[in-house]
Design a protein around this ligand. Structure first.
Ligand SMILES: [Zn+2]
Ligand SMILES: [Zn+2]
Length: 387
């Protein structure tokens, strides 16, 4: 089969429901742990499909188990939107000021509901646990669901992401790390402050911060193995108030990304050394605050093979890029760290222009909803068949 054949054979009424559901959610985006309207819609659809959904997992999450046996295969979709003012120009533009489904999670919910309906009509399949997870975008939704026991009795986990870096009909996956570990840092650089005309009487945190930014660039190029991918980005600088004052404080913030445990462990240690040493040389004080946001999203090789083989069967042998990696992050990593599983990308690049994830112009090709549904259902069935 090919993606064209799949789309021709896909039931038109089901595609209409997929699109209508996605557009309704798109009009009404909700931020992490505020997904109550979305949760209502999910609950009603699952109940109408004859399932017994439960609310309150990880605060605003919803899940359903069927049939009630163990171990379960966790099928996960995320529900939250981003704090962003939409500029997509779509007829289904967000009606909530400053909030937007700019990552495609509206599509994930729509796909997962269709998959739940498809899987629930054949009680011999499963057992499945379908999770509609809150707060993927950095607020800790997966961790909250794990703390509430979503993995109890779960033997494996599957999830997908619509992905605008791939064309419709393509699938991106990896037998190991698919997405990077995401760390967040800030650096406070401090000095006594002073007159802009008398730098020799003080220590200048602006110059210190500039040297620190420059010195940080050599960590990835000189201190991490060239075979290991990593990123250190300083993304904001704040300091100073007037043209003739040397300020007493400058704050830098940024992110560090890595795929391997060794690089993930090395980054904060090396940054600490560089920050302290460079500050010392500039005569200022500097403190590094470092926080891990997400671990790397690492697929189980066997589960990845299951996805690769299923996608090739459904979409054709050329449809799968099995070497996909991105330095973006995902809290699906929390689940994949504890049970074997696979997270994969479903190509959704819209025709006529680049609309990147997390941008105010984000939108995706809704044909990907049909492809995602067929593939997610098929990999779930295959995982159940292989036990
Ligand atoms: Zn996102
Ligand atoms: Zn996302």
């Amino acid at each position: 089969m090919s993606s064209d054949q799949l789309l021709r054979q896909f039931p038109p009424a089901e595609l209409a429901t997929l699109i209508a559901t996605r557009r309704d959610l798109h009009r009404h985006p909700e931020l992490g742990f505020e997904e109550t309207r979305t949760g209502d819609a999910v609950f009603q659809r699952l109940a109408a499909a004859g399932l017994s959904p439960r609310r309150g997992i990880g605060r605003t999450g919803v899940f359903a188990d069927w049939p009630a046996e163990r171990p379960r295969i966790l099928l996960r979709a995320d529900m939250d939107a981003l704090p962003l003012q939409e500029e997509s120009g779509a007829p289904y533009v967000s009606e909530a000021p400053g909030r937007m489904h700019a990552c495609g999670h509206d599509g994930h919910v729509s796909i997962a509901l269709a998959v739940a309906e498809r899987l629930s009509v054949s009680p011999e399949s499963g057992p499945f646990r379908m999770l509609f997870q809150p707060a993927e975008e950095g607020a800790g939704g997966a961790e909250a669901c794990a703390a509430d026991g979503i993995l109890d009795g779960v033997g494996s986990a599957l999830g997908l992401h619509l992905w605008n870096q791939l064309p419709v009909g393509k699938i991106g996956v990896n037998r190991g790390a698919l997405m990077a570990a995401v760390d967040e840092f800030s650096i406070d650089v401090e000095g006594p402050g002073g007159h802009g005309a008398a730098p020799h009487e003080t220590a200048d945190p602006i110059v210190g911060a500039a040297r620190i930014i420059d010195a940080l660039q050599s960590i990835v190029s000189r201190e991490i193995s060239p075979l290991d991918a990593a990123v250190v980005t300083v993304a904001s600088i704040h300091g100073g108030s007037a043209f003739n004052i040397i300020p007493s404080a400058v704050r830098l913030t940024g992110t560090a990304r890595s795929f391997t445990e060794s690089a993930g462990k090395a980054l904060p240690e090396k940054m600490e050394r560089v920050v302290r040493g460079t500050a010392e040389a500039a005569g200022v004080r500097a403190r590094l605050h470092y926080r891990r946001v997400n671990r790397a999203t690492v697929n189980d090789p066997e589960m990845a093979d299951l996805v690769i083989e299923t996608a090739q069967r459904i979409l054709g042998p050329e449809s799968v890029d099995a070497e996909t990696r991105t330095l973006g992050g995902e809290d699906m990593s929390i689940f994949l760290d504890r049970v074997p599983g696979c997270f994969f990308f479903v190509g959704s690049a819209p025709e006529g222009g680049h609309r990147p994830h997390h941008s105010p112009r984000f939108d995706f090709d809704e044909r990907a909803l049909a492809i995602g549904t067929v593939l997610f259902e098929a990999v779930a069935r295959e995982a159940a068949r292989r036990g």
